[in-house]
Write a protein that binds this ligand. Structure first.
Ligand SMILES: [Zn+2]
Length: 283
């Protein structure tokens, strides 16, 4: 009898996780080293998980998600990943043909999304008079000299006081510290309110980190660490609540499958509208 070693492998793609169970025989493990074995198994499994087609020398790698729906659909995400959605019981080759027929469109979408993301998302100018947002409202940035650093909101102005008002890096740092301090005051209450919806699942409460992230509103790790993007402090409370609940739902469903959105439906009634709003800000 061959003893086998079972390893649970998590593949992270964007902020969704897929789990794969590997069974590696002990003899195989002894013969090769562990890293090599894992790398081989990984590439074999990724091939199973993703499909790949080529169009004009560009690879389009995509995942097929089957669900109770009547039509095909393709979603291109900002990170360039592609998901093909298909009704249940459709032959895989049919889905692949559908994706092939849309190759040109997919590449165009991918280029547009990647370009707009890399220039516009979460970048901001810190010159006087620029518009900056806080909790969904717009303010005009005013920078003034002060020995003590600080930020005040006054009517339509966001006033940054700093000993170095001419250095935009310094203004940025001061403003970021302000968003972080606000997050530390506001987010724990929002988290508590949102977590109450998850009480009956008897989950271990997650831990939270607040960070400035470049491309994501939040992430959820399988060991229960939720990271929230401090850029959220620029959005309104509905958006903040949406991201918190979205990440909490990942504790139960790690990917963005139908099961995930069914869960979101029960947690937040109007989540689709809010998601659209967040998307608009990202793209
Ligand atoms: Zn997610």
């Amino acid at each position: 009898m061959v003893n086998s070693i079972t390893i649970k492998l998590a593949i992270v793609k964007n902020d969704s996780l897929s789990y794969l169970k590997l069974d590696i025989s002990e003899s195989f493990y002894i013969k090769y080293n562990m890293q090599f074995t894992l790398a081989m198994e990984y590439s074999r499994l990724v091939k199973q998980l993703y499909h790949s087609i080529n169009y004009q020398n560009e690879e389009i790698r995509f995942e097929i998600i089957y669900s109770k729906r009547r039509t095909f659909g393709i979603k291109v995400s900002g990170d360039g990943s592609v998901i093909a959605r298909s009704p249940n019981n459709v032959d895989e080759t049919e889905v692949i043909t559908f994706v092939k027929n849309h190759s040109k469109w997919i590449l165009k979408q991918r280029r547009l999304l990647i370009e707009s993301r890399s220039d516009k998302v979460f970048t901001q100018s810190y010159e006087q008079g620029q518009l900056h947002r806080y909790l969904g409202n717009e303010y005009i940035l005013k920078v003034s000299f002060s020995k003590r650093r600080g930020v005040n909101l006054f009517e339509k102005s966001l006033i940054v006081k700093t000993p170095k008002p001419d250095e935009s890096k310094d203004v940025e740092r001061t403003l970021r510290a302000f968003y972080k301090a606000q997050a530390q005051q506001i987010l724990p209450q929002m988290i508590e309110k949102s977590w109450s919806k998850f009480k009956h699942f008897n989950l271990d409460p997650p831990e939270y980190k607040y960070r400035f992230l470049k491309r994501k509103w939040g992430t959820c790790r399988i060991d229960g660490l939720i990271t929230l993007n401090l850029e959220l402090m620029k959005e309104d409370m509905d958006c903040i609540e949406y991201v918190i609940i979205h990440e909490m739902c990942h504790l139960l469903v790690p990917n963005h499958s139908k099961k995930f959105y069914d869960l979101m439906d029960t947690m937040l009634e109007n989540h689709r509208d809010i998601e659209d709003r967040l998307d608009k800000i990202i793209i």
